[in-house]
Design a protein around this ligand. Structure first.
Ligand SMILES: C[S@@+](CC[C@H](N)C(=O)[O-])C[C@H]1O[C@@H](n2cnc3c(N)ncnc32)[C@H](O)[C@@H]1O
Length: 523
């Protein structure tokens, strides 16, 4: 949804009832009450521990409890130290995302092969030779193929993207009783009226001859879609094609423990997925006993207006954390805009009431006021120029664009400027020229400073920035023929290793670097 349309809609409802989360929330009270019933929670937890067999140990410092205004949530059962592992979780459901993939992969095992064929069972999905149902009496794909073909796909000789995109939800039919009971006990917000889910697409495109809109299967499928949309995580698998090129296949996974964490824009955890797609959740800062364990459902470096709209439209609640309430966002000014008066070059326009989307904005230097519609338009134009155009260019272009153009219309701390700097950091490689390395060094430090102001602790983005900073310091030392590394650089590498070391998507040379500098013996 366009920002202006979303903010208009929110602005209108929020004028009536500016502080209530109810306007975002479309789930029924009876469903919510059932979820927070103490007996239900005890049974749910017992089932969850049975499902987590092998991943759960009694020394893990979490429990499930009810927090007013949040529903169920996760609580620290003792003081948790920074960087301590809180829990491990495996996906109860996993599959493709509703996404445009640039390669075709086996719907079952994600393998990329030149010779992928349509499944011979008639489910209209691409599969590899090992997953095709004819390869063995039961392949990993057989059960889901059976479910899909029971609905009698039309046009069986053609690949069907709509079925691929619904596959994660369709896998809901393969859950055993234990898993089904857990999944059906997750919070599930029905979709907004303007949203076309994968079920609606299947029905609209009339993909199947034997799937009735009013039947039980569609009802169940809709429930699974709602559970996934409320709770699923994005994860990914790195897959090599036959020429050894890496491709990242983006997936969505339903991780129940992960999903039990409520949201805060200043969370106290970070998580990574290891190479087996096990979620590893760590404390990003010390968490005292009794405190709520919070995840962040939004983007770390988005401004408040963007976070509010994203959370309200996709997760159906309004966050009221201290970051959301502070017009300066803890002094980071991530959402702030440059004052439009030429005579006020230092001015920063901020919302007078960030929790209210329709609020007037005001310059903190000259006092100029501007209504939300104009502010939203400026943000949309800036977002389009940066996220749709500049981001796709090469590193040298982005660096020049940042210094010659972006600095004229956006603040250096603005979320779009920061996003572009992040892209430049990732694009400036070890062999780039010294001027680019120097810019990369500067951008990394600027963004680390924003994270420090937000009190974000040992978060994932910090790990990425520390790794990139170590690499850039190494490149600069090489270009200047200086000795390397010093204590500062080693500190960055140590932090990067602590945060990213267990990730299945960690930078390829991180283990080598960590071994070389003595942080790790055997991996
Ligand atoms: C992934 S679930 C979290 C667990 C959920 N509370 C439960 O009882 O299953 C996400 C939902 O929890 C609620 N929630 C999460 N964070 C919240 C917050 N900061 N304020 C209000 N509700 C929140 C919203 O209903 C949201 O759609």
């Amino acid at each position: 949804m366009e920002l202006s349309a979303a903010s208009k809609e929110l602005g209108m409802v929020r004028n009536g009832n500016p502080e209530s989360p109810a306007e975002c929330d479309n789930s029924s009270d009876s469903d919510r009450l059932a979820l927070v019933d103490p007996e239900n929670i005890a049974r749910f937890k017992a089932e969850l521990l049975e499902f987590l067999d092998g991943l759960y140990t009694p020394d893990q410092p979490w429990d499930i409890t009810v927090f007013e205004g949040y529903g169920r949530g996760m609580v620290a059962t003792r003081d948790i130290a920074e960087n301590e592992l809180i829990f491990l979780d495996r996906p109860i459901l996993l599959g493709p995302r509703v996404n445009n993939y640039d390669v075709i992969f086996c719907a079952s095992c994600c393998r990329i092969q030149k010779k992928l064929t349509l499944c011979s069972g008639g489910c209209r999905l691409p599969v590899c030779s090992e997953c095709d149902i004819s390869a063995a009496p039961e392949t990993p794909h057989t059960a889901e193929c059976r479910v899909i073909t029971s609905w009698e796909p039309k046009d069986q000789n053609r690949y069907c993207k709509t079925i691929l995109y619904a596959l994660t939800s369709i896998r809901g039919f393969l859950l055993d009783d234990l898993r089904r009971s857990i999944v059906l006990n997750m919070e599930a917000h029905p979709p907004r009226k303007d949203m076309t889910t994968e079920v609606e697409r299947i029905l609209k495109d009339q993909v199947f001859s034997n799937l009735s809109e009013s039947g039980e299967d569609v009802q169940y499928l809709r429930k699974i879609v709602d559970v996934l949309n409320t709770n699923a995580f994005e994860t990914s698998r790195m897959v090599q094609d036959e020429e050894n090129n890496d491709h990242e296949i983006v997936l969505r996974g339903l991780y129940i423990l992960g999903a039990l964490m409520n949201h805060c824009c200043r969370p106290n955890i970070r998580y990574v997925f290891d190479s087996d797609l096990v979620m590893r959740c760590y404390a990003s800062k010390p968490i005292p006993k009794g405190a709520q364990i919070f995840n962040n459902y939004s983007k770390t470096l988005w401004g408040t207006q963007h976070r509010i709209i994203h959370l309200c439209f996709s997760k159906h609640f309004l966050c009221g954390c201290d970051r959301c309430r502070d017009p300066t966002e803890m002094g980071t000014y991530l959402g702030a805009l440059k004052c439009v008066r030429d005579s006020c070059p230092q001015g920063r326009m901020v919302s007078m009431n960030p929790m209210k989307i329709a609020s007037v904005w005001q310059c903190d230097t000259c006092g100029l006021k501007m209504n939300n519609v104009k502010i939203t338009k400026i943000q949309e134009i800036a977002g389009r120029m940066i996220l749709n155009n500049a981001v796709k260019k090469d590193a040298a272009y982005i660096v020049e664009y940042l210094s010659d153009h972006v600095s004229k219309f956006l603040l250096p701390c603005n979320q779009f400027t920061v996003e572009l700097k992040l892209q430049a950091i990732l694009k400036i490689q070890d062999d780039a020229a010294l001027e680019l390395q120097v810019e990369k060094d500067k951008y990394c430090r600027e963004i680390l400073e924003i994270l420090r102001k937000l009190d974000y602790g040992e978060c994932y983005v910090k790990g990425v920035l520390c790794y990139e900073l170590f690499k850039v310091l190494m490149a600069i030392a090489r270009l200047k023929e200086e000795t390397f590394p010093d204590e500062e650089a080693l500190g960055y590498l140590r932090t990067a290793w602590t945060i990213l070391g267990c990730s299945g998507n960690r930078p390829r040379d991180l283990v080598q670097l960590a071994q070389l500098h003595g942080f790790v013996k055997d991996v």
